[in-house]
Ligand binder design. Structure first.
Ligand code: AFP
Length: 333
């Protein structure tokens, strides 16, 4: 067989996440490399979760723990494992002085009081999909601490507001595993090549379409949505848009980001403040979304303009293609 220059075997492997992070760091002369290392720690934990998710059915990792997390949701075995993996990676790394997680009520102090950063994380989102081989994800958000280095970090470090994030992103464990993140400039995606053990740059400088034809929401909640939302959804149906809802925020968001669409989780009777968490779901995705040309709103204000008041605060979330979000806003009071 002749291997030509354009044959897949002859093509370069591409840029690894490590190399990309290092390259980006050199663009900032005063960068110390700590944020870069923190991102690498997150990627490493992501590789481990990729492994656990892929063999979950083989080693009794599916199913619930028989307990509820701080959100009152039933905790899955993989939820707990992902939480341990990420906490351990961040503690061992040394760059993060504190973490908050969907799975823990209080701030987790890493013991690294000289660390410059705090991390808010949803270690495994969409966990009700684990047992049925449907895509799930990790969402993370990073802030530079505002408490003095060396002191014990505090709640204030986490309640700075979404626009103060220095990096945010997600890892989607889907038909392939992909890490998408931004440090406030472009949004870039790295697909995991398990045979090499590397994330490889596959989606450079993501720009989402300005408009789209996909809408994603839990239709079963329709009766409990406000009239404006129902109106908008009716409009989508009349235009014969495509309805797609996985029930894993990361997966729904990622598809819409690439193809053009809107994700909606409005207030419902059961969750009048919305279901999703501001600090480790809405903020990081909104930060990333804005870098990729999308919009994110609670229906009242841009998600990134919400002033956070507590660690596990919830918010309604409407996020996606700017023209679709603007059209939705036109239906709200
Ligand atoms: P779980 O982690 O409990 O499955 O929740 C997932 C999630 O936070 C988000 O990923 C989904 O988009 C949303 O909840 C689904 O909620 P509904 O089941 O109420 O539609």
């Amino acid at each position: 067989m002749e291997i030509t220059a354009s044959h897949p075997l002859a093509l370069p492997v591409g840029v690894t996440l490590d190399r990309y992070i290092m390259h980006r760091q050199t663009a900032f002369p005063y960068a110390t490399g700590e944020l870069s290392q923190l991102l690498r720690d997150i990627a490493l934990a992501g590789k481990i979760i990729h492994r656990e998710v892929n063999r979950a059915g083989l080693i009794d990792l599916t199913g619930g723990m028989g307990v509820q997390n701080v959100q009152g949701e039933s905790q899955q075995k993989l939820d707990m494992i992902a939480n341990i993996r990420f906490s351990r990676a961040l503690k061992n790394g040394g760059e993060a002085c504190a973490i908050i997680s969907e799975e823990d009520e209080d701030i987790i102090f890493t013991g690294n009081n000289n660390g410059k950063y705090v991390v808010a994380i949803d270690p495994l989102d969409g966990s009700s999909n684990i047992d049925v081989n449907v895509s799930i994800g990790t969402i993370f958000s990073i802030y530079r601490r505002i408490t003095p280095i060396g002191a014990e970090p505090s709640l204030a470090d986490f309640l700075q507001g979404g626009r103060r994030q220095v990096a945010a992103g997600y890892i989607l464990y889907g038909s392939s595993t992909i890490m998408v993140y931004t440090t406030g400039h472009s949004a870039n995606g790295f697909t995991y090549d398990a045979s090499l053990g590397e994330f490889i740059l596959s989606h450079p400088d993501i720009h989402s379409p300005a408009n789209g034809q996909i809408y994603s929401c839990n239709d079963g909640n329709l009766e409990s949505y406000d009239e404006g939302i129902r109106d908008y959804l009716n409009d989508c149906r009349q235009k014969q848009y495509t309805a797609r809802y996985i029930g894993s925020l990361v997966a729904d968001f990622h598809r819409n980001l690439l193809k053009g669409g809107i994700y909606l989780y409005p207030p419902t009777k059961k969750s009048p403040d919305g279901k999703l968490r501001l600090l480790y779901e809405a903020f990081p995705l909104a930060f990333l979304a804005e870098k990729a040309g999308c919009l994110a709103t609670s229906g009242h204000r841009a998600i990134l303009d919400i002033k956070p008041t507590s660690l596990h605060q919830r918010t309604p979330l409407f996020i996606g293609a700017p023209l679709m979000v603007e059209n939705l806003m036109g239906h709200l009071d």
